[in-house]
Design a protein around this ligand. Structure first.
Ligand SMILES: Cc1cc2nc3c(=O)[nH]c(=O)nc-3n(C[C@H](O)[C@H](O)[C@H](O)COP(=O)(O)OP(=O)(O)OC[C@H]3O[C@@H](n4cnc5c(N)ncnc54)[C@H](O)[C@@H]3O)c2cc1C
Length: 412
């Protein structure tokens, strides 16, 4: 009897969990490995939106002009540690270079094309794993503080529309009718037609993970120290031992490059740090509400109300910056004055390449190593579709989504 090919998936964030799910369904013998609990890192503390509409990258055409004013404001969406940035100037310059109109259009088209399959790919998982109690269909809205902010967003909206995103513009009154607990501190807003969100990301990850385990999947809670490509296999070093697999899928989020560098393949992978603040409230709002002025969402979870987002460029090592969570708290209280005590705060690490597109594809050093990392602001949304693509690649088939733009070779 022919033995099933053995695949190790390194990293049990949402990308790794979904990849393990689809690989197992295809008949691979799958071992998922993480040094932490599955789904407990970046994939747990985010803003909970299945943001199929988020095809416009952060490095958009306004960024160059807006950076100085963003940094001057203590309540702005962006904060930069200048010592860190000077040390990592190459990444920052590449990131800014991608904000030209031409590049933004190309990036949005590529992200738009993979985002079109995001929802349908999750539905494949959700038809087998019942997470209905954690998914809500109330559509997300963005609020604009003043008319200028709304007008500035027009360019991004045109790009979204070109990529098939349906947007409905709302007046302040429309929004207050939908969400009566909001304070009227905004000019107007917009709704992303057909969007959905989760009220418990950790529970969704856990349910998919449990289904994988119940169907015979293995989980190893260990840190991967090294990946060693061999002629027809790949060896993983953990637990002071070498473990040999036919294929290795690397989905270690912001930490992926630490491992690829060990076997000689390096990528300009940076991190956009983001925060959340949890408040002790239930039933204040019914949908994700984006506050563009400070770059975060308010979202009602099962166990509290979360304000999540903002971008901080400061690397993986620096401790959390309490000024950022204080800013999020103060802004959130302006929008929702009924907010109660803060329950907890959190810092997470979005894995971001300078062109805001993920790396999905085979390593150039060894075709038995397959990458799935760098999903920046939309990794929760892209979990299932990335898992499906990775499975297709492991089966040596061509994905039906064009993944050329996500190629690991594009930084050569
Ligand atoms: C504030 C904030 C808000 C966000 N909001 C949204 C949103 O609303 N919608 C959306 O789609 N996305 C959102 N995102 C982005 C999304 O959270 C990320 O893109 C996504 O979680 C990345 O998933 P991942 O599986 O790649 O990484 P992770 O979840 O970080 O998983 C990587 C895993 O690799 C493991 N690992 C690393 N190195 C090793 C090693 N050597 N050995 C073993 N294990 C290792 C880690 O322990 C970790 O569990 C947000 C992010 C932030 C920070």
């Amino acid at each position: 009897m022919q033995t099933k090919p053995q695949v190790a998936v390194v990293g049990a964030g949402i990308i790794g969990i979904c990849s393990a799910f689809f690989l197992q369904k295809s008949g691979f013998k799958v071992t998922l490995i993480d040094k932490n609990e599955p789904g407990s890192m970046t994939s747990s503390g985010h803003a909970c939106t299945f943001a199929d509409y988020a095809c416009v990258p952060i490095n958009s055409t306004n960024l160059f002009k807006d950076i100085p004013s963003m940094l001057m404001r203590s309540d702005g969406p962006l904060s930069i540690d200048f010592f860190y940035m000077i040390k990592n100037l190459d990444w920052a310059l590449k990131f800014l270079r991608n904000s030209s109109r031409n590049n933004v259009n190309k990036i949005s088209e590529s992200l738009g094309s993979i985002l079109k399959s995001a929802s349908i790919s999750y539905d494949e998982i959700f038809s087998e794993v019942d997470v209905s109690q954690y998914i809500k269909n109330e559509e997300a809205i963005y609020l604009y503080k003043n008319e200028l902010a709304y007008l500035k967003a027009k360019k991004a909206n045109e790009i979204r529309k070109k990529n098939g995103v349906k947007i409905k513009i709302l007046s302040q009154n429309d929004i207050l009718n939908m969400e009566p607990n909001l304070a009227p501190v905004f000019h107007n807003g917009q709704l992303f037609v057909g969007s959905r969100h989760t009220t418990n990301p950790s529970a969704v990850s856990k349910k998919i993970f449990d289904s994988f385990i119940n169907n015979g999947g293995m989980f190893v809670r260990k840190k991967i120290e090294n990946i060693i490509p061999r002629e027809t296999s790949v060896s993983l070093n953990y637990n002071n031992n070498h473990h040999v697999f036919d294929k290795v899928v690397l989905c270690a989020g912001s930490w992926s490059n630490i491992l690829t560098k060990k076997f000689g393949e390096s990528f300009p992978l940076g991190t956009e740090r983001g925060y959340h603040v949890m408040f002790d409230n239930i039933d204040l709002i019914s949908r994700p509400i984006g506050w563009s002025h400070s770059g975060f969402y308010l979202v009602q979870l099962q166990d509290g109300l979360r304000a999540a987002g903002t971008v901080e460029i400061a690397g993986l090592e620096k401790p959390a910056n309490i000024k950022r969570t204080k800013m999020i708290e103060a802004q959130a209280r302006k929008i929702l004055p009924q907010l109660k005590e803060v329950q907890s705060t959190w810092l997470g690490f979005r894995p971001t390449l300078p062109d805001s597109m993920p790396i999905i594809g085979e390593s150039q050093i060894n075709k038995n190593i397959i990458y799935g990392f760098g999903h920046q602001h939309i990794g929760w949304t892209l979990g299932a579709v990335t898992g499906k693509i990775i499975n297709t690649l492991c089966c040596n088939r061509k994905p039906n989504i064009n993944i050329e733009s996500f190629s690991p070779t594009r930084f050569n």
